[in-house]
Design a protein around this ligand. Structure first.
Ligand code: BTN
Length: 270
């Protein structure tokens, strides 16, 4: 059942079939290096791989982030993607990202005495610094989702001196937050298991767990919102709608609903 190509660091750990199966993983493809685990997972999805296919790699040469950004992907961090077949209308797909980010935050908080926050739509932060990003991509047939690829990048170790300069100011890692070096295997299984519980919730309830997201959200944080094709504005995170859209309270007290765009936290403001 668990099959695929297995090379690199993960070749041995992913043989722990029972742990993976408990986390809903049905097939594993582990590599020392890939362009992007999302890219490989999309290809496998199009070839008909089972829902619950995991693609994991020690490093990525073309790791991708949201809004076509580059995801710095050297060895030592965690990079994986999961293919899920999801019988949903594509309009609900953004809710998958919110549920996965919540699941990851919950997993971190459950494993260590730390307090992650989720930042809409796809980040897990500690004290305003990013530790994890989620990139959800989908293939549709008409308006229906055929499959989604949920890609997750987690900084286990400090990003290091070779990281792009902007990361030195904005990123953090689990090891820095916890205070000792975090092992990749100790992180992977709880995260996969939490994501699987999140997937079950989505399928059973037909929507994401808004209250769960709010429990971890950066409510009240001052943010700058850059909606595509519209004017940038500032405000405070007020919440999220049932459909997973961000709500921001502007200085005039108006609640603006954000459908898409970049949201950055404003340092030194609240
Ligand atoms: C973001 O914060 O913009 C999302 C980052 C997602 C990065 C992960 S790493 C594993 C998977 N493969 C990719 O190319 N991207 C995702």
């Amino acid at each position: 059942m668990l099959c695929g190509i297995n090379t690199g660091f993960w070749a041995e750990p992913v043989r722990k079939k029972a742990l993976l199966e408990l986390a809903g993983i049905r097939s594993v493809h582990a590599y020392a290096e890939v362009t992007s685990t999302n890219h490989i997972a999309s290809r496998l999805g199009a070839e008909g791989c089972p829902s619950g296919t995991l693609v994991i790699s020690d490093r990525q040469t073309a790791g991708r982030g949201r809004l076509d950004r580059h995801w710095h992907s050297p060895e030592g961090q965690l990079f994986f993607s999961i293919v899920w077949r999801f019988p949903w209308h594509a309009i609900r797909a953004p809710q998958i990202t919110l549920e996965v980010a919540t699941a990851i935050a919950r997993s971190f908080a459950g494993q260590w005495d730390i307090q992650p926050t989720v930042k809409w739509p796809n980040d897990v932060l500690f004290h305003g610094r990013k530790c994890c990003g989620v990139l959800t991509e989908l293939r549709t047939t008409g308006a229906e989702i055929d499959f989604v690829v949920v890609g997750v990048g987690i900084n286990l170790q400090p990003v290091g001196p070779n990281a792009p300069p902007e990361l030195l100011d904005t990123a953090t890692s689990l090891s820095e937050v916890v205070g000792y070096s975090i092992s990749p295997t100790d992180t992977l299984y709880p995260v996969l298991s939490a994501m699987n519980a999140g997937r079950d919730y989505l399928l059973e309830q037909g929507r994401f767990d808004r209250r769960g997201w709010m429990d971890f959200a950066n409510i009240g944080t001052a943010v700058c919102v850059r909606p595509p094709g519209k004017e940038t504005f500032k405000g405070q995170v007020a919440g999220v709608t049932e459909d997973g859209l961000l709500q921001v309270k502007t200085v005039s007290g108006q609640i603006v609903t954000v459908i898409a765009g970049d949201v950055s936290e404003e340092r030194g403001m609240s």
